[in-house]
Design a protein around this ligand. Sequence first.
Ligand SMILES: Cc1cc2nc3c(=O)[nH]c(=O)nc-3n(C[C@H](O)[C@H](O)[C@H](O)COP(=O)(O)OP(=O)(O)OC[C@H]3O[C@@H](n4cnc5c(N)ncnc54)[C@H](O)[C@@H]3O)c2cc1C
Length: 427
Amino acid sequence: MLKGTEDLFHRTEVLFLKAEQLPIISIYSFTNKDYTEFCKSLNFLLDFLYFLINNADMDYFISEEQRKLKEIAAWIAQEKIAPQRRELDKLDKFPHEILKELAENGMFKIFIPKDYGGTSAATLDLCLAVEEIARVCAGVGTAYAATALAATPIILFGSESQKSKYLSRVAEGTIASYGLTESQAGSDVAGIQTKVVKDGDSYIINGGKQFITNGGEAEIYVVFASTDPKRGARGLSAFIVEKDTPGFSFGKLEDKLGIRSAYTRELIFEDCKVPASNILSREGFGFIVAMRTFDYTRPGVAALSVGVAQGALDEVIKHRKTISFERTQFMIAELAAKVEAARAFVYAAARHIDSGAKNISRYSAMSKLFASDMAMEVTSKAVEIFGLSGCSEDYPVAKMFRDAKITQIYEGTNEIQKAVIGRELTR
Ligand SMILES: Cc1cc2nc3c(=O)[nH]c(=O)nc-3n(C[C@H](O)[C@H](O)[C@H](O)COP(=O)(O)OP(=O)(O)OC[C@H]3O[C@@H](n4cnc5c(N)ncnc54)[C@H](O)[C@@H]3O)c2cc1C
């Protein structure tokens, strides 16, 4: 229950009791004490209503279902994540229990289509949930959103049997992971060196991936490999690999700057044999699978960025020490306007995707570029407003600042987003 709500209920009850008595009791039996209490309650109620009106979120005309899922995500974030946020970050704890809680509350269904055990698969739904989670902890937000990232190529390119086999598991809370990046192939996806060869009814994968979110914790992996590295982008194919496949193991757990509770690990493939039926789309289509996936998932990173920034703004507003300075209030005003602008943009991009539009790449990339740069600026200013406290891990803004930096890097650096946007606008 909202802080202060219980008190409000009590006082409202007093108010109504007194009001009810008014017609039946004589003015003389309504004592001064009663009258003072009545006025106090009325004042409190009016203050509270004023508070609610002033602090009400902007109306983005989301549906009743979306409002509910946003509330559930916010409730889990506040009740389950906030109390252990610091520990998760400091001790690098993967949030298994929290992901389970999210799954039990239907949060893994929202990015899976109805036919496969999900509820909607709307980009906006995922954005609303990710934003609320990241408002408290971007690490948990990333571990959660990375499963949606891995489910997306199966939704977009999977065969009927792949969809019913894997998506229904994800809808129930099975963690998934997306393995694209390699030591020599980050921005340059065409440079992937992990090799795959067809062997009868199987494909044999050899090579390695690095910095893969949920690596080692996920059960289902979408992995990209090349039939011929010399063919670059045209040599790539995408495969679904299950965790317990022989020849598939995990390497180094990265000791990261931020989003520390979302594990990133190396994936290692040594003569890893996967059934030929696990290929997504067909041979040579891996690059398209990877890029089309990002078109659908980048607004999720953008929403996560809005969440981190909003979280930092929440902390700044709570920080009583400096907010009375006019300069600080000006800064807060600017930051709040930027967060709201990014939110509006992210929701618009998500709605554009949900409308079934085809020209989504540039808007998806723009939303990620704009929101992650905004998150970096807002969290950086939040640290500044906190002064020395902002440099202490005793306050969450330090973590938010570290987390925000990563939003500018993963799912394609912001330079790559600019390349995507520039290319689309000038071709
Ligand atoms: C915390 C975290 C989690 C991650 N999770 C995953 C995951 O789950 N799955 C996955 O596959 N990957 C993951 N990644 C990898 C991430 O997607 C890559 O780090 C990212 O794509 C950038 O690649 P790179 O780090 O190799 O940088 P590089 O490609 O080496 O780039 C280095 C710098 O050069 C710039 N640059 C490179 N090429 C160009 C160009 N053509 N034009 C202009 N500038 C350029 C970049 O913008 C950057 O500033 C994760 C990364 C991090 C940090």
